[in-house]
Design a protein around this ligand. Structure first.
Ligand SMILES: NC(=O)c1ccc[n+]([C@@H]2O[C@H](COP(=O)([O-])OP(=O)(O)OC[C@H]3O[C@@H](n4cnc5c(N)ncnc54)[C@H](OP(=O)(O)O)[C@@H]3O)[C@@H](O)[C@H]2O)c1
Length: 267
């Protein structure tokens, strides 16, 4: 084995469940890239830059709960991540830590299979909703954020994105309904009151859930209403593919994307 093998990691807490290593290692193998991708359990997000550099990592992905810390600690933040203020990818450029957010473009790739989407209702106002709403806004897609509570809505107001709580919501007709809440991840809750959902599902054509690997109550209901549905697997795949391109400094061909997709499905 070459001593120069480049090391990549995913930082998270917890990180044991992450499928990123199997996805990236399969990609490296497919293109004969001399890299290895591991899990790095990180307790204190404030140490992320120093841990990254001390270990001579070439690149990293960052997951819950460190995306905001990773943003604050980077030497340079590129692209939409400057607005989102959270990053999921680090690259070591000659000892400087360069940061990107690939969740946002990953989401846009994932919804391409729905065809043309002009108007979106986005359920949830957490970190994922920030990334998705800015990605949609930048693509000139009309987006409204609907959240359970008021607290997180100031970000959207500052960015001229329509937002509302359940109480104040006046439904319109949307093409796509997106669940970016954690409702349905480990429970059987719907992401908003059933009356609201029934109304917006009547006119929408498509439903997307950021949760992956299961049919959530939200997706089940959308399917009952005849909508095209999609879980979050492609979003996870494409954020990974885009990070992989930063890691390897090359475009990813279809065969590598398929290998990475298959690796994600493996247990
Ligand atoms: N597929 C992918 O690649 C991918 C990538 C990133 C995230 N995700 C998934 O996206 C989801 C959100 O992640 P995040 O990082 O944005 O989380 P987060 O920052 O913790 O935000 C959670 C959001 O969910 C809402 N919420 C939680 N429980 C709810 C419930 N029972 N009913 C209605 N709303 C509820 C919260 O509302 P309040 O403000 O009222 O608390 C908040 O808006 C998670 O399921 C995560 O696994 C998937």
């Amino acid at each position: 084995m070459s001593e120069k093998k480049e090391t990549f990691v995913i930082f998270g807490n917890p990180v044991a469940h992450s499928k990123s290593p199997q996805m990236h290692n399969a990609g490296f193998e497919n293109i004969d890239y001399d890299g290895v991708y591991k899990k790095h359990h990180l307790e204190d997000g404030n140490t992320i830059k120093e841990v990254f550099l001390e270990n001579n990592y070439e690149g990293a992905n960052i997951t819950v709960p460190h995306k905001e810390f990773a943003y604050e600690n980077a030497d340079e933040v590129r692209g939409l991540a400057n607005e989102i203020k959270a990053v999921n990818t680090y690259i070591n450029e000659d000892g400087k830590v360069i940061a990107y957010n690939t969740d946002a473009p990953g989401f846009l790739y994932a919804i391409e299979s729905f065809g043309e989407i002009k108007k979106v209702l986005l359920l949830g106002a957490g970190g994922t909703a920030k990334a998705i709403s800015l990605a949609l806004q930048q693509s000139d897609i009309d987006v409204t954020v609907l959240n359970r509570s008021e607290g997180k809505l100031s970000f959207f107001k500052e960015h001229n994105i329509k937002s509302s709580t359940w109480e104040n919501f006046v439904p319109e007709e949307y093409d796509l309904i997106v669940n970016s809440t954690s409702a349905g991840l480990k429970d059987e809750y719907l992401p908003c009151p059933e009356e609201i959902l029934n109304q917006v599902l009547k006119t929408a054509c498509c439903a997307f859930d950021c949760v992956y690997g299961k049919i959530t109550p939200f997706l089940a209901k959308a399917k009952e209403n005849g909508l095209k549905i999609k879980d979050g697997e492609d979003m996870l795949l494409y954020q990974g593919v885009l990070a992989f391109e930063y890691f390897t400094k090359a475009n990813t061909d279809e065969s590598t994307i398929e290998v990475m997709r298959k690796a994600l499905k493996d247990n």
